[in-house]
Every structure is written in structure tokens, then in C-alpha cells.
Design a protein around this ligand. Structure first.
Ligand code: OSB
Ligand code: MG
Length: 371
């Protein structure tokens, strides 16, 4: 497939309500979109990098720089036979997986559109109804949190994830459990604790959580293995798993029993699939994480989530939970059983709404093949 030109575009959209984790509060998203033009076919990708380098090393600004100066020149120069060629081509660029994934996923979209088949089908997906949960950030008060949980449960979501941090943890989980004794509940610490807090995690065991996500450092799997041996609740790793090999090692060490897969964190569809397959071989279930994506990233997450080992409800939820108006048509909706239905259209299926995208664009740049 010949790539003719690639467009970079930054859009800015406010979130309908703030989203707070142990590393900070987000109110406004700055998102980079990638448009790949190839022999009359156009494919779309989204960089899932957050505004600042607090979840991982990347930010909207670094993603723009690395895409413009390294990733895009490299793919425009190369001969790409198939989408699987993209990740190896980008391997010499260390890290910056979210920047790489923006282009890699767009090329999968081009490929599927050219074939005229849905991307989920190209990826080998079989689950066309995707089970959804929601991730609810840290709130100003426990009463606010209980109200939000109530609202998401009545919308049909199958699983509630709450964010924890020191000072907003055991007591909050206890309150939520008291109010909602039966719900499928989990928490995500975003690396806010150390092994010295093992006793706190032992206390969480009594609340029957589905899992505890990323309790310890983003760059650790050793201490996580010790913590997992000391508690009953399954540990799920997010930040720590940057590729399929790290997943294999973490499983081998006993550092987790579940893995959250994010397309951006692992560099795109090919690597996400590899991690998915390795987990499946080890009977470790996976689920699709979220990065407060706009519609294009959300559509790629949906395509990925159709693969067979996505056995647990993910964090991919309805567009309207994030934005007044999303950038795709139709917007992502969730049915009353908390499921998103994959569309039977070519590529990512959901169509980018170019006039909406223009409205929220703050900068664009077109990079062309030079030969
Ligand atoms: O750790 O899963 C996370 C959002 C931003 C950064 C990290 C995380 C999250 C979420 C939100 O939990 C998931 C979503 O609703 O997109
Ligand atoms: Mg997480």
C-alpha cells in the first residue's frame, strides 16, 4: 500500500465533567488525529496521549513532535506491504507508543476500508456485542460518587470502576459497597501506592472487588508479584505492561491475574493482538482500557474489543459521557444491558464527522511523500 500523505490535526474539546485520577484532574482534552491518504482511500487514527506526562511519558505535545519529526517521515519513506509491517518499522523509535499507534491504527483502518470489510473482522474479532463498564474518577465528595454510580448503573453499565489514591481508598470503597452490595466493582490506583501499603490492600480483600488495577509503580512488576502473593483480589496491570513481552513476564512472575490492554500504550493493533494472544495462552483474561478518547480512538477500541479473550467488561463507554458532541457518526451508544454493538461497516465503521472535526481543530499540518 502506497501512502501519499498524512495529515496531523490537534483538536480541543472540554469534557462534560472533570475526570480525576491519583495523578491529576483533566477538564479539557487536547487530542491529535491522524488521517492517512493512500491511493484514494483515507484511514483515521487518534493519539491517546494525555495532556501531560503523568500517566506515561507522553503528552499531546510530545506526540505531535514525535509524529511529525520521526514517525510520519519514516512511514512515508517506507514500502508498507501490510499493516503488520508498521510496528517493526517504528521499533527503532524507543517508547512513544501512543504516537506510533495513532499512525499504525490509521493504516489498519485504510487496509480494512480498501478491503471493504469491518476492521473488527480483519482483526479476527468474534464478539460483536461488547460488554461495557465505566471508570469513575475521584469526586469532591463520597455523596457525589454514589450519585454517579447510581446513574451509570441505571444506564445499564455492567461494572463500576472507581479511582483510588491515598486518602480516598478503603473508606470510600466501604461506603460504595454498603450502598451497592451486589455490583461488580473494582478500583484503579494509577500507581499511587508502594509495597509498604500491602496491609491496606489486604483490607480491600473483604469487599469482593473484581480486581485492583495498577496499585504500585508504573515501571514495576517485581513488587506487584509480591503484593499479588499477599492478597486475594486479582491484580490487573495497566501502566506496567508496555508490550506483549512485558505481559508474558508479568504473568510468569505472578505480578497480575488480569491485563488491561490499551491500544496506545502498546503501540497499536498488531501489538495489542500479540498481547491478547499471549494472555489467552496463559488463561489470563483481558479487557479494553480507555484514555478519555474521542470517537476515532473509541471506534478503534471497539474493533479491538471484539477479539475473543476480551472476556471482562472494558472502560469503553458512550460518547456522551465524555463530550457534548463527539467527532463521529453515529456517536458511540450503549444499550440497556451495557453493551456496545460493533458496526458492520468498512474500517472503523463509525464515520468521522469532518465538519464537527473542523469546528474543534486548533492546528493542522500535512506531510507528503517526497519521492
Ligand atoms: O488508568 O485507566 C486508566 C483515563 C486516563 C488515564 C488513565 C486511565 C483512565 C481511565 C478512564 O480510567 C477510562 C475512560 O473512561 O476512557
Ligand atoms: Mg488504569
Amino acid at each position: 500500500m502506497n501512502l501519499d500523505q498524512i495529515e496531523l490535526r490537534e483538536i480541543q474539546m472540554p469534557l462534560v465533567s472533570f475526570f480525576e485520577t491519583s495523578f491529576g484532574r483533566t477538564t479539557q482534552r487536547r487530542i491529535i488525529l491522524v488521517r492517512v491518504f493512500s491511493e484514494g482511500v483515507v484511514g483515521f487514527g487518534e493519539a491517546t496521549s494525555p495532556e501531560g506526562p503523568f500517566y506515561n511519558h507522553e503528552s499531546t505535545g510530545t506526540a505531535w513532535h514525535v509524529l511529525k519529526d520521526f514517525v510520519i517521515p519514516r512511514v512515508l519513506r517506507a514500502a508498507i506491504g501490510k499493516p503488520e509491517d508498521v510496528a517493526p518499522l517504528l521499533k527503532p523509535i524507543r517508547g512513544h507508543s501512543m504516537a506510533k499507534a495513532a499512525v499504525e491504527t490509521a493504516i489498519w483502518d485504510v487496509h480494512a476500508r480498501r478491503l471493504g470489510v469491518p476492521l473488527h473482522q480483519v482483526l479476527g474479532g468474534t464478539r460483536l456485542a461488547i460488554d461495557c463498564g465505566v471508570s469513575i474518577g475521584i469526586q469532591n465528595t463520597v455523596a457525589d460518587l454514589l450519585r454517579k454510580i447510581e446513574r451509570e448503573l441505571s444506564a445499564g453499565y455492567q461494572r463500576i470502576k472507581i479511582k483510588i489514591k491515598p486518602g480516598w481508598d478503603v473508606d470510600v470503597v466501604r461506603e460504595v459497597r454498603k450502598q451497592f452490595p451486589k455490583i461488580v466493582l473494582m478500583c484503579d490506583a494509577n500507581s499511587a501506592y508502594t509495597l509498604g501499603d500491602a496491609e491496606l490492600f489486604r483490607r480491600l480483600d473483604e469487599f469482593g472487588l473484581l480486581m485492583i488495577e495498577q496499585p504500585l509503580a508504573w515501571n514495576d512488576i517485581i513488587d506487584h508479584a509480591q503484593l499479588q502473593a499477599a492478597i486475594q483480589t486479582p491484580i490487573c496491570l495497566d501502566e506496567s505492561i508496555l508490550d506483549a513481552e512485558e505481559g508474558r513476564k508479568a504473568i510468569g512472575l505472578g505480578a497480575c491475574r488480569i491485563i488491561n490492554i490499551k491500544l496506545g500504550r502498546v503501540g497499536g493493533h498488531a501489538d495489542a493482538k500479540r498481547l491478547h494472544d499471549i494472555c489467552q495462552e496463559h488463561a489470563v483474561s483481558v479487557w479494553c482500557g480507555g484514555m478519555l478518547e474521542a470517537g476515532i480512538g473509541r471506534a478503534h477500541n471497539i474493533a479491538m474489543s471484539t477479539q475473543s479473550n476480551f472476556r471482562l467488561p472494558g472502560d469503553v463507554s458512550a460518547s456522551k459521557r465524555y463530550f457534548e458532541r463527539d467527532i463521529i457518526d453515529p456517536e458511540v451508544e450503549v444499550d440497556s444491558h451495557g453493551r456496545i454493538h460493533a458496526l458492520n461497516e468498512a474500517g472503523i465503521g463509525f464515520q468521522p464527522n469532518m465538519s464537527r472535526i473542523e469546528e474543534v481543530t486548533v492546528r493542522t499540518e500535512m506531510l507528503r511523500r517526497t519521492d
